[in-house]
Design a protein around this ligand. Structure first.
Ligand SMILES: *Cc1c(COP(=O)(O)O)cnc(C)c1O
Length: 373
């Protein structure tokens, strides 16, 4: 078997998510930052890979703090974890009118401005048992979080943090994928000088890239997302293993005579009699059209050159040079994986692995490789 999954006959493609690898990456990161706590950032449905199995496995591995972007993601995660013991933080803040949801699902907002802080204080006054919050300080990214003016106000009235029951203060790095970028230390410095004023609160600045910038970035809590899947743009990460593979099914095999054209626009002209396999994955599946001419597709370790443009639902590959093995209709070829990683694919498609992963779409069958889930 060239692949370690079995799926329905009707599956055109299979996204294999290696849960064991994700847990192993989580544990490697936790060991690396020892002394600090290691959260998991599972926003956007765990970067498009499906939050349920990943969250359950990380939960069992001892992860006790989870970050998501939206309230809906937080609700879904709380239902999956089926327990109130773990912290779920909502990065996108505490919008008006949502307090009943924060209460019902025991969610922790990451408060992004003074208005949200005050709203959270008012909400907490109505509770018998106070609910915790986190606070975001902007340190130069200018996306979310309290600005300098807000911070000055907070410093004058530190009681606000106590009233709002703020337990964690976070900031976010804008250039953590560039270890030489001076912005990283500048943000860290600004952050550490601010949090010194609030010694009872824990502090967190490192995403995946931040963890690889050095110990000074660990602080009390790190919050990797992408690194869980073995990718950390801009850093070497020997301790992590790749966790995501994509396979596409062979729909048809044909012989194209020398001189004939293949695909949309007739952009490819066969330079010899060519055996061509059509694979049932296209740009509608997140196999980005910009990979035309760049992608690397494999069958049992042998490369299959892409010929012609990437279509919405299919691609065509040259299988003429396959020697020892025969490719048949119904077989799966590897589109992403060990031989062509999400980092390599993203870079050739001129995007980032984040966009590649979250764009993989909903059509793939998912296979979770795990001994337990
Ligand atoms: C997405 C996000 C993370 C995780 O980032 P990775 O680079 O995937 O590790 C951490 N913190 C914040 C505020 C984020 O938005």
């Amino acid at each position: 078997m060239p692949y370690n999954f079995s799926v329905n006959e009707q599956a055109n493609s299979v996204l294999v998510v290696d849960i064991e690898a994700i847990v192993s990456n989580y544990k490697a990161l936790r060991t690396k930052v020892i002394g600090a706590d290691c959260a998991a950032t599972l926003k956007a449905n765990a970067y498009g890979l499906g939050i349920e199995k990943i969250a359950l496995a990380l939960n069992e591995a001892g992860c006790s703090t989870f970050f998501v972007a939206t309230i809906d993601e937080a609700i879904e995660l709380r239902k999956i974890l089926n327990s109130d013991r773990k912290q779920i933080l909502v990065l996108n803040g505490f919008p008006k009118g949502t307090s009943p949801i924060f209460k019902r699902y025991n969610l922790m907002p990451v408060l992004n401005d003074f208005m949200q802080l005050e709203r959270w204080i008012e909400f907490n006054k109505t509770l018998e048992k106070k609910q915790k919050a986190a606070l975001h300080l902007d340190t130069g990214m200018n996306r979310l979080g309290l600005d300098e003016k807000d911070l000055a106000r907070l410093i004058q009235t530190p009681q606000i943090l106590k009233n709002a029951n703020v337990h964690i203060i976070i900031s976010h790095l804008s250039c953590s994928d560039e270890s030489e970028n001076k912005m990283n230390n500048r943000q860290l410095l600004e952050f550490t000088s601010s949090i010194k004023l609030f010694p009872k609160v824990s502090a967190s600045i490192a995403n995946s890239g931040g963890i690889f910038l050095g110990k000074e970035f660990y602080l009390d809590l790190v919050r990797p997302g992408l690194a869980l899947y073995g990718s950390v743009p801009g850093h070497s990460k020997n301790e992590l293993v790749h966790a995501v593979s994509l396979y596409g099914r062979v729909l048809q095999i044909r012989t194209v005579r020398k001189g004939e054209l293949i695909g949309y626009g007739g952009s490819y002209k066969a330079t010899r009699n060519t055996n061509v396999a059509t694979i049932g994955v296209g740009y509608a599946d997140g196999y980005q059209r910009s990979l035309s001419g760049n992608s690397r597709i494999f069958f049992l370790g042998s490369p299959l050159p892409l010929v012609g443009r990437i279509s919405m639902d299919s691609i065509t590959v040259d299988i003429s040079d396959l020697q020892t093995t025969k490719l048949n209709v119904g077989d799966f070829v590897e589109l992403l994986g060990k031989n062509f990683t999400i980092d390599q694919a993203a870079s050739l498609a001129q995007t980032v692995p984040y966009e590649l992963l979250t764009g993989l779409g909903r059509r793939h069958y998912k296979h979770y490789h795990s001994t337990r889930y």
